[in-house]
Design a binder for this molecule. Structure first.
Ligand SMILES: Cc1cc2nc3c(=O)[nH]c(=O)nc-3n(C[C@H](O)[C@H](O)[C@H](O)COP(=O)(O)OP(=O)(O)OC[C@H]3O[C@@H](n4cnc5c(N)ncnc54)[C@H](O)[C@@H]3O)c2cc1C
Length: 392
């Protein structure tokens, strides 16, 4: 394998693949994508739920690239369509609203993008872990250590797109951002089979007994299959007596609503992952490294939606890299375009999450707040739409 590249992309999740696709379509640059998994799309740790394209256009009107992903890669990777979101309050009062969404086979979706990238001549190296070993100020090259089971070597690149999720493992931890426990959620998820779920509705359950500081979800995949999970904030978990797995068990087997249809379902393997719910990092570029996707903090903090924003940020990182290599822009352009396209929705999501934090500590208070704000405002908060011009 060669030792120098124009761009090295670390991580072939949705953000890294999106950066790769953008680079493949806009330059003749030498690009290497490094992924530590055995194959792209392996070990999906995600609810796989995304808004329909009509919803996305409404939610992120300034995001230019996202439509291309819907047009090009969704074909055979949608396993269910969603028509509504149903929310259960801590005392199990139901709030339901219309929402057009899609449930992905994310493994297929990612492999579709990977195949297109490889067709364009970009090298995708799997089973390899990358670590940035040198990215000094005013440097012209970043050094990256690549390690697989048999060998290790150093490669050099003019630029690196760091798309390795949260927490960033390839470089300095979160590139200097301060990590507070309240900004980190621990998510546990299990795919269930043979459950009598409502295939039209994504269900979200609130309440301290089942998901302190977060919510539990049931995302139907069709034919009795569903992604079932709980997301708990680390700051809440620290104070409690139970582990995240205990909460998952309570949700499946003891919750008065969900246990009725989940306790007898067949449970498949359990996955766990931490997520950053603290909003965009203050610095999304660091000398010659651009951060994309969860590594940059693009997940929407109030609802945990991270796929569309990761795709958008990856694409923008790839575009900026390609323009930078042609001498047409500075790398700081990335931060500007990223904030222009998705900055508002992430900032609003963070603000809503912080507002919610004031009430979510007490089930009684939260129940009352839900009652007062009612279904329409709740729907806006969950979708992360502005609830008044103040939040626009
Ligand atoms: C349980 C759970 C449920 C979720 N549900 C939803 C949902 O329903 N809808 C939604 O929109 N979002 C959801 N999200 C969030 C969404 O999954 C993320 O926001 C999204 O995956 C971010 O994409 P990414 O490419 O930035 O990071 P990732 O998907 O984490 O990809 C990072 C990639 O980098 C690789 N990698 C890491 N370190 C290295 C290294 N050093 N060298 C090489 N490769 C490396 C990893 O193997 C991985 O493939 C969920 C998240 C979780 C945990």
């Amino acid at each position: 394998m060669r030792e120098t590249f124009d761009v090295v992309v670390v991580g072939a999740g949705v953000a890294g693949l999106s950066a790769g696709w953008s680079l493949a379509t806009s330059t003749g640059a030498d690009v290497l994508i490094v992924e530590r998994k055995k194959e792209v799309g392996d070990l999906v740790r995600c609810g796989e739920f995304i808004p329909s394209f009509t919803q996305i256009r409404k939610l992120m009107p300034k995001a230019k690239s996202i439509g291309r992903f819907y047009e090009t890669f969704l074909k055979n990777s949608v396993c269910n369509t969603i028509k509504k979101i149903r929310i259960f309050s801590p005392r199990n009062k139901e709030y339901e609203f219309q929402f057009d969404g899609l449930v992905l086979r994310r493994d297929i979706f990612e492999r579709n993008i990977a195949a297109e990238i490889e067709r364009a001549g970009i090298t995708l190296l799997t089973k390899t872990t990358a670590k940035i070993v040198s990215n000094k100020k005013d440097t012209e090259q970043v050094k990256i250590a690549l390690q697989n089971q048999k060998t290790s070597k150093i490669v050099k690149a003019k630029l690196v797109v760091c798309a390795d999720g949260f927490p960033i493992k390839s470089g300095r931890t979160n590139f200097g951002a301060k990590i507070k426990l309240e900004d980190v959620a621990l998510c546990i998820q299990q795919t269930v089979e043979s459950a009598t779920v409502d295939d039209d509705a994504v269900e979200l359950y609130f309440g301290k007994k089942y998901a302190p500081g977060g919510y539990a979800w049931v995302i139907p995949k069709g034919n009795g299959r569903a992604n079932v999970g709980v997301g708990i904030r680390l700051s809440f978990l620290k104070q409690g007596r139970y582990s995240a797995i205990d909460y998952m068990d309570f949700f499946i087997n003891k919750h008065p609503v969900s246990s009725r249809y989940l306790s007898s379902a067949y449970l498949r393997s359990l996955t766990a992952k931490t997520l950053w719910v603290g909003g965009l990092l203050p610095n999304v570029h660091w000398n010659r490294v651009l951060l994309a996707g969860d590594a940059a903090g693009t997940l929407i903090p109030v609802n945990g939606s991270g796929i569309p924003t990761a795709l958008i940020s990856g694409y923008l990182a790839g575009e900026t890299a390609s323009q930078f290599l042609k001498g047409n822009c500075k790398l700081s352009t990335y931060a500007i375009t990223l904030r222009r396209e998705i900055g508002d929705i992430i900032k609003r999501g963070y603000l809503y999450r912080r507002l919610g934090d004031a009430f979510i500590k007490s089930d009684t208070v939260f129940e009352k707040v839900l009652h007062i704000i009612g279904k329409h405002t709740l729907a806006k908060v969950v979708k992360c739409e502005p609830i008044s011009p103040m939040f626009d």
